[in-house]
Design a protein around this ligand. Structure first.
Ligand code: BES
Ligand code: ZN
Ligand code: ZN
Length: 538
């Protein structure tokens, strides 16, 4: 092997990340080294000047440039070609990353995920990546996105496949990143990068939990299953998270007439799950905290939505095991909240998580169209369509938060309306809120994290459509249009004191098409990454 073609051959570090344990290992190494797959990022404005490509081309006896020409590969965004790598690597995956000036870490994360998935189609165990300067200098965030891109692309939900098939599914075991060794070493940046990688791995674990819960069939996942998951999270949290469960009787006593009414058609008992994160160690820092107020996350947690007596048609019911995606996201966030502190996250605020968990089923006991229910707030709702159940359970969730917790910020996340999916498609969440700055802040976060959301209006004149003749509100508007907005307006009637955001994730909670970017098939875990960013600022 012709050593020395890379000027830095003897002066590189290899940072190895394991997909199984998340372990990180830094060793001295030589580049290019040998391996199965090399992932190489190129930019359309710098590809012609890229010295390493020239060297790689020379090492491959001119084959690289020929192939790039053959495929018209110019480093444009979404270009990806796979080449034989010659004596160092069996395969080289060239990724087009577009203009280096437009490059973002969210793009990096998504492209790395695409490349990781591509690599796993070759049944390889290890992939290699050459670090590049276009990633910038925020090493913590680089590390976080690196870990997210790699780990999220590696997700599979195969627990119900037969052993034979399971064994055939290959998973990338490790990612090596080659870092040029500067004269001064890589000390401070290295520590930040490593912390970021650990942080990203934890966040990915939260996303995995949310995906797993959404993917789990409704015959195996009930309100009690979410309770068990919450207790597991409490146990793992080392005392930072406390869980309280309200069964039917407590809910009755609290006046949760909406939530209980929705649950009544089911054989399964409803469970109102309350999680509270509070860290005594950072508590006294709360004066320093930007928000200086607690945050309450409320996740729609309908473990199966048949529609109730207003039964859904078959195709519309197919994905309704995932109607607890909001709750799954909240659990995903709590799963890792307690462990982020050691990586420099300052969670001075208390964080609450509420999951009003039940099934929406038809039966002789079920809620009937025309029924009127009373919520914790005292407001009454006329139920005209039992399939608009999420807003009824959330009405009690929101009222409970306002009455008993009085948080500074409430964020509800819900697979609320087919209308939102019709409006924004399957990759964008609807975002509503009663405080413009808060909405802007959150919108920006979702953009940075590559979890797209779009700001929709709480257009007051439409509220009329939700007023009932016989109760304070009705649960459907009766009109065919603007369903995401009227649903959000309905919810807004239960938020009177707090700043509030509402995320309608009926579009992006589930991916029934091919995987793309960091998004696997099935449950996506949409929101975990952004909510963690919102809570801990990283
Ligand atoms: N869970 C559904 C909304 C949904 C639809 C989520 C598709 C994910 C994908 C919700 O409970 C519902 O059924 N909403 C009705 C409201 C209607 C009756 C006003 C809807 O969107 O059709
Ligand atoms: Zn429904
Ligand atoms: Zn629903």
């Amino acid at each position: 092997m012709s050593r020395g073609i890379f000027p830095l051959t003897n002066r590189v570090f290899r940072l190895k990340i394991s997909s199984m344990t998340g372990g990180i290992n830094l060793t001295e190494a030589t580049f290019p080294g040998k391996g199965e797959i090399l992932i190489y990022f190129t930019f359309e404005d710098t590809i012609k000047k890229d010295e390493k490509i020239k060297l790689l081309n020379k090492a491959l006896k001119g084959r690289l440039e020929k192939r790039l020409g053959l495929f018209d590969f110019e480093g444009k965004e979404e270009q990806m070609i796979v080449l034989e790598g010659g004596e160092w690597y069996q395969i080289i995956i060239m990724i087009g990353a577009g203009k280096s000036t437009d490059f973002t870490l969210a793009k990096f994360k998504n492209l790395l995920a695409e490349a990781t998935r591509k690599a796993s189609s070759f049944k390889t165990k290890t992939i290699n990546l050459f670090y590049f300067n276009q990633l910038g200098r925020d090493f913590f965030t680089i590390g976080k996105n690196l870990a997210l891109g790699f780990h999220l692309a590696n997700y599979q939900f195969i627990k119900y496949k037969s052993e034979e098939i399971k064994n055939q599914k290959s998973k990338i075991k490790s990612l090596n990143i080659f870092l040029e060794k500067k004269k001064t070493g890589f000390n401070q940046a290295e520590a930040q990068l490593k912390n970021g990688i650990k942080f990203g791995r934890l966040v990915a674990k939260g996303v995995f939990l949310a995906r797993d819960l959404v993917n789990e069939p409704a015959s195996y996942l009930h309100p009690e299953t979410l309770v068990a998951e919450a207790f597991k999270i409490e146990k793992e949290s080392g005392g930072k998270i406390k869980v309280e469960i309200f069964g039917e009787e407590e809910c009755q006593r609290l006046g949760m007439g909406g939530f209980l009414a929705v649950s009544r058609g089911s054989e399964r008992q409803p469970k109102f799950i309350v999680l509270k994160y509070s860290d005594p160690a950072t508590k006294n820092l709360s004066a320093l905290s930007l928000k200086n107020k607690s945050i309450c996350l409320i996740g729609k947690s309908i473990t199966f939505d048949s529609g109730g007596l207003s039964l859904k048609p078959s195709e519309a019911m197919e994905e309704m095991k995932g109607d607890m995606a909001g709750g799954a996201t909240v659990l995903g966030v709590f799963k890792v909240l307690g462990r982020l502190g050691s990586l420099g996250a300052n969670i001075a605020d208390d964080v609450y998580g509420l999951l009003p968990a039940c099934e929406n089923m038809p039966s002789g006991r079920a809620l009937k169209p025309g029924d009127i229910v009373t919520t914790v707030s005292g407001k009454t709702i006329e139920i005209l369509n039992t399939d608009a159940e999420g807003r009824v359970t959330l009405a009690d969730g929101l009222s409970y938060a306002e009455k008993y917790l009085q948080p500074g910020v409430i964020i509800d996340i819900a697979t609320l309306t087919g209308a939102c999916r019709a409006a924004l498609g399957k990759k964008i969440a609807g975002l509503f809120g009663n405080d413009n700055n808060l909405v802007k802040e959150f919108k920006e976060i979702t953009e940075e994290e590559g979890e797209t959301s779009w700001w929709l209006p709480l257009y007051k004149p439409y509220l009329k459509e939700m007023k009932s003749e016989v109760a304070d509100l009705k649960n459907v508007s009766g009109g065919r249009f603007g369903g995401a907005i009227t649903a959000a307006l309905f919810l807004s009637e239960f938020v009177k004191k707090s700043k509030w955001l509402h995320l309608d994730i009926a579009g992006p909670y589930f991916n029934s098409d091919s995987p793309y970017a960091t998004v696997s098939k099935g449950g996506t875990g949409w929101g975990v990454v952004s909510l963690i960013k919102f809570i801990v600022g990283k």
